[in-house]
Design a protein. Structure first.
Length: 99
């Protein structure tokens, strides 16, 4: 087999594994990092397939901008680690709306 074919198979295996991790991980920060790894590996696959512009935009937009947007959104949201779902909902409601 040719070197490009072997590299393409490795990159596509990384894409599949990172996609499974991005879907299955419960922690959103780790899922966002898995999505970034997926995007970088996919950009490498596009580069091997002689599509450098697609690889460049994949790397810049999805590997960079979307990942930073997801990580900053996750970092700015408030998490509730313990309690029942109904208790968490009570924490979100303002005091004036509770009766």
């Amino acid at each position: 087999m040719e070197l490009n074919t072997i590299l393409l198979i490795i990159l596509l295996a990384i894409v599949i594994i990172a996609a499974i991790f991005a879907i299955e991980l419960r922690d959103l920060i780790y899922a966002s990092i898995a999505l970034a790894v997926l995007s970088i590996a996919l950009a490498g696959a596009f580069w091997i397939l002689n599509a450098p512009w697609v690889a460049l935009f994949q790397l810049m937009v999805y590997g960079g901008a979307v990942t930073v947007l997801l990580l900053s959104t996750v970092a700015l949201t408030e998490r509730f680690e313990t309690g029942e779902p109904a208790e968490d909902l009570d924490k979100l409601l303002p005091e004036s709306s509770k009766t």
